[in-house]
Design a protein around this ligand. Structure first.
Ligand code: KG4
Ligand code: ZN
Length: 372
């Protein structure tokens, strides 16, 4: 089977061709993987501007798809199906990919498969590593999500817990903005953190002690034991506030709203690196500790970590080291498959096609969408 995947949920226009191999241990092969990033356009605004993002997807999508087809040396007739991200994401951006995929599918009389963006991030682990030991606990950690899934068998994803407020990537982006490091914030904070002292600033670790005051939304009515909720949830907005407080105390003029501060004021480059390192330590400790706790609780035989923040050097290092220590294999996709891409969307569609699932041509883009 040959599938063309399309991903336009945020600020990357991506297309990829993925095919089946016939090898049970490594069932999928990436034939091409093209990504046109809009980061340079949105940087000026300090974050993604939805209206600009959707207009840019319209400009880029034909060229990106043509390139993916030619890199893979396939023609339209070679395709067995199209795959596209249905949601969650920015609805105007999603609509571009969804309309494009449906139009191509209709004109070629080929099936189309609507894919959940996070199913794509989960399947990026299987796309990279083949069939990892199951059951697995998978942490999807990106700019929009920080969620733990239990994967008892291939293609089945049960939400175990998620962030109550900001996503980890969002916290990186906000802290980077406060320090004048630009958008997206993860890569520069990660880079500077390697030069800083991670104990320099005493930032609080989040304690989720008010669970009863903040009951989870009804869609998180979970089949898991209630105790798990406390170890499988995340919170990063308090940490961001602690960074703001520290910067104010140090005399940094902290901007609010969309304004982008141009620099970190009185902080020396060494002190900026210390803020990055201290912030990164707290984020990574929370992600690693809770993921391993959930894996132990659920008797997982492996751990997967995916999504944009899984590109983080400390998260990769600490999770792999902890996995080695605990005798629990940890699987992280390569950097190119960690951040948004269309190969993972094609892979998630292949998973559905294995079960004979395709989507009717009247499906719509959805900004928020439960995983199925
Ligand atoms: O998965 P992704 O490309 O898009 C979403 O689905 O959100 O993730 C983007 C997020 C951004 O917040 C970006 O700052 C973060 O991933 N990110 C990182 C790193 N590289 C990207 N965060 C921490 N360290 C990195 N090296
Ligand atoms: Zn993503």
């Amino acid at each position: 089977m040959v599938v063309l995947g399309i991903e336009t949920s945020c600020d990357e226009t991506a297309a990829a061709v993925v095919s089946t191999t016939g090898d049970a241990a490594r069932p999928w092969q990436i034939r091409s993987n093209v990504i046109a990033s809009q980061a340079d356009i949105h940087r000026e605004w300090g974050g993604v501007v939805p209206e600009i993002a959707s207009r840019q997807h319209v400009r880029d999508i034909c060229g990106v798809v043509e390139r993916a087809m030619s890199d893979a040396s396939v023609g339209w007739d070679d395709l067995d199906a199209l795959a596209v991200t249905q949601g969650p994401g920015l609805v105007g951006s999603l609509l571009v990919g969804v309309s494009f995929a449906k139009a191509v599918a209709a004109s070629l009389s080929k099936p189309v498969v609507a894919v959940h963006h996070l199913a794509g991030h989960i399947e990026s682990i299987f796309l990279e590593h083949g069939n990892i030991p199951l059951p697995a606990v998978v942490l999807v950690v990106s700019g929009g999500h920080t969620s733990l899934y239990f994967v008892p068998e291939r293609g089945v994803y049960s939400l175990v817990g998620r962030t109550r407020d900001d996503a980890a990537g969002e916290a990186y982006d906000k802290v980077a903005k406060l320090l004048g490091l630009g958008y997206p914030g993860g890569p520069p904070v990660d880079k500077l953190a390697r030069q800083g002292d991670d104990q320099a600033i005493d930032l609080p670790r989040t304690r989720l002690t008010h669970a009863d005051r903040n009951p989870p939304p009804p869609d998180l009515a979970s089949p898991f034991p209630p105790g798990l909720k406390h170890i499988a949830e995340f919170s990063f907005s308090g940490l961001k506030t602690a960074v703001v407080r520290y910067l104010r105390e140090r005399g940094v003029a902290v901007a609010t709203g969309l304004a982008v501060p141009s620099d970190a004021g009185p902080l020396s480059p060494g002190e900026v690196a210390d803020v990055c390192a201290s912030f990164q330590r707290v984020v990574v400790e929370a992600l690693v500790d809770r993921t391993f706790a959930a894996a132990e609780w659920l008797g997982a035989r492996s751990i997967g970590i995916s999504g944009g923040v899984s590109a983080n050097s400390r998260l990769r290092h600490d999770a792999l080291a902890r996995g080695e220590r605990d005798g629990l294999p940890v699987f992280v996709p390569s950097i190119r498959l960690s951040t948004d891409n269309a190969a993972m969307i094609a892979a998630a569609a292949l998973r559905k096609l294995e079960r004979g699932e395709t989507s009717p041509l009247d499906f719509n883009a959805q900004a928020s969408l439960a995983i199925t």
